[in-house]
Design a protein around this ligand. Structure first.
Ligand code: NAD
Length: 532
């Protein structure tokens, strides 16, 4: 990705972004950098179309999503190929990390969306003559700002619930994976048009951070931002200008705790998946592996055997296990983190450097052993194919180290004693914890997904994610219509007494106190009535 032209015409910046395949460095063409006015025009168009869509039935929205799911299943190989060319991951990475979760999200929303967004009765408390409920109304136009690691998933994951909740959606795709955006967004647009809706209910914009900031300022009703903590803070600041609400899905540095009674073979398989899927470029990558002293050497031996056998190269030129790094700058970050760790005593068991002899952006599958918390790699997101292995004495040290990190997204614990693993998992400060598996909290779409600390706030997935796309509107109406309402004005001398007595009737302890208050209330009400 590099800038190919640059000139300004009024507020519309005529710069284009060159797109390239990170595994071969082959040029894929270019996309426009959209300026403030262009972004605003897209949002205005979305706003015009949204009310009609917001009035459609859940059955119709379900039918749209069912057709989207059909298209995804039928075209999964083409979609994977687009994601592979744009991001450098392997076809299997794309199938497991892009297609599978999106299909599961669509299935979840189709099956449960109406139930999750159906008006929900709430207790009306002492106001027994009233009924109360929550309605989940569309927000209007939802803005999505996406990162580069999963070009297909990052567009679809937030768009599916937002659309189902009755919103129009505008997605700002990443400048590093803009090439695939048009054919991917087109899946929604094709289906919408086929079912008689305006395809512009789902639109995308391209550009750098400034285009994202323009979307935040454009008057959208909510922003779902996925990206780095630094840019999340900038988005929040910009959003504060218009008091636009934001959901921030930021980075992660997920701990994986492997106890001395874990099934080591299974734990090693899950560690491989957590570290090397998409070349480690995942917010929920297993970036810190804490292994109990008693099984540390055996675990290291097992993963070393597996990692040294990994094949790496351009994913579309032969069968490989590990692909390329999407961004060239990511290679510099990995170089720096490895150098810092080695200088402070870490051991490179295998890998540890850029792969020589390949044209694209490749970093060797790496194991760093004997890592300690004095090293940057335990605190800063690496987003790369480096398995970071640390020795711990037992549960308390594992939990203390797992929690010694500003991020708090996912986590996992491995032990044959499930109750023990759950107890440890409960102590880990994270948005999600999985026992005896890696990453499954995301595949269970009924669960909310989101982090704590530097990993952000707000939820996607589950009913929480669907409801986050709504105005959760409180409704109150008559259960029994009383002919005379409570008339407080004009205030009389005894009015305060009435209020005080009523509060005591409802909240005071003991029947005696309540009866005494009721008598006082009756007396004060008579006094107020006489004063009229
Ligand atoms: P990034 O923050 O550089 O960019 C994300 C998006 O924000 C891009 O589209 C970018 O153009 C836009 N942007 C940049 N500056 C902006 C600004 N000031 N205002 C508005 N928009 C702006 O992130 P990235 O490098 O593309 O992605 C990697 C990061 O994303 C990592 O930290 C990773 O952990 C995180 N991530 C988190 C999740 C999650 O669900 N928690 C998922 C995937 C990635």
């Amino acid at each position: 990705m590099e800038t190919v032209t640059s000139s300004s015409v009024g507020t519309a910046v005529a710069t284009r972004i060159a797109c390239q395949d990170p595994a071969t460095l082959e040029s894929l063409g270019s996309v426009a950098v959209m300026g403030e006015e262009e972004v605003r025009a897209v949002v205005v168009r979305a706003r015009k179309l949204q009310p009609d869509w917001g009035r459609t039935s859940f059955a119709e929205r379900r039918a749209v999503l069912r057709e989207v799911l059909d298209e995804v299943v039928a075209n999964q190989e083409d979609i994977c190929r687009l994601a592979v060319r744009d991001s450098g991951k392997t076809m299997v990475d794309a199938a497991l990390g892009e297609i599978f979760p999106v299909c599961e999200k669509l299935r979840y929303v189709i099956a449960n969306g109406e139930k999750d967004l159906r008006p929900e009765p709430r207790a009306s408390g002492f106001l027994m003559h009233k009924k109360a409920w929550v309605e989940y109304a569309p927000l209007g136009v939802v803005g999505v700002i996406a990162p580069w690691n999963f070009p297909f998933h990052n567009i679809f994951c937030p768009t599916v619930p937002a659309l189902f909740a009755g919103n129009a959606v505008v997605v700002k795709v990443s400048e590093h994976t803009s090439w695939s955006a048009e054919p991917l967004v087109d899946i929604f647009r094709r289906v919408l048009a086929r079912r008689g809706h305006n395809p512009d209910l789902v639109q995308f914009v391209t550009g750098y951070g400034a285009t994202g900031a323009a979307l935040v300022r454009s008057g959208v009703d909510k922003i779902f931002f996925t990206g780095s903590p630094e840019n999340g803070a900038k988005v929040m600041k910009t959003a504060s200008e218009n008091l636009t609400p934001v959901v921030l899905e930021l980075g992660g540095k997920d701990p994986m705790i492997i106890c001395d009674d874990a099934d080591l073979n299974h734990a090693a398989s899950q560690a491989m998946l957590g570290v090397f899927t998409a070349c480690g470029q995942m917010c929920v990558g297993a970036e810190r592996i804490y292994v109990f002293d008693g099984v540390y050497d055996a675990f290291l031996q097992e993963v070393t055997k597996r990692v040294t056998a990994l094949r790496q190269g351009p994913p579309l030129e032969g069968t490989v296990d590990v692909g390329a790094m999407t961004m060239p700058t990511q290679l510099d970050i990995l170089d720096r983190l490895v150098a810092d760790a080695v200088a402070k005593g870490a051991r490179v068991v295998t890998g540890g450097k850029r792969r020589a002899g390949l044209k694209g952006q490749f970093f060797e599958p790496t194991i760093l052993a004997d890592v300690t918390h004095e090293m940057d790699i335990t605190q800063k997101e690496q987003f790369g194919p480096i398995m970071v292995v640390m020795r711990v004495a037992g549960e308390d040290e594992a939990v203390a180290k797992a929690n010694d990190c500003p991020y708090g997204l996912g986590s996992s614990v491995f032990s044959k004693d499930t109750a023990r693993a759950e107890k440890i998992a409960r102590r880990v400060r994270a948005g999600m914890s999985v026992v005896n598996d890696y990453g499954l909290a995301y595949m269970i779409q009924a669960l909310p997904f989101g982090g704590v600390g530097t990993s952000g706030f707000g939820k996607i997935n589950g009913k929480e994610g669907l409801r986050a796309c709504c105005n959760e509107k409180a409704m109150v109406s008559d259960r029994v219509r009383l002919s005379n309402g409570v008339a407080v004005y004009p205030i009389r001398q005894a009015t305060f007494g009435v209020a005080k007595n009523v509060i005591e009737v409802i909240y005071a302890r003991g029947l005696g106190n309540k009866l005494k208050a009721a008598v006082g209330a009756a007396r004060n009400i008579v006094s107020v009535a006489r004063a009229k």
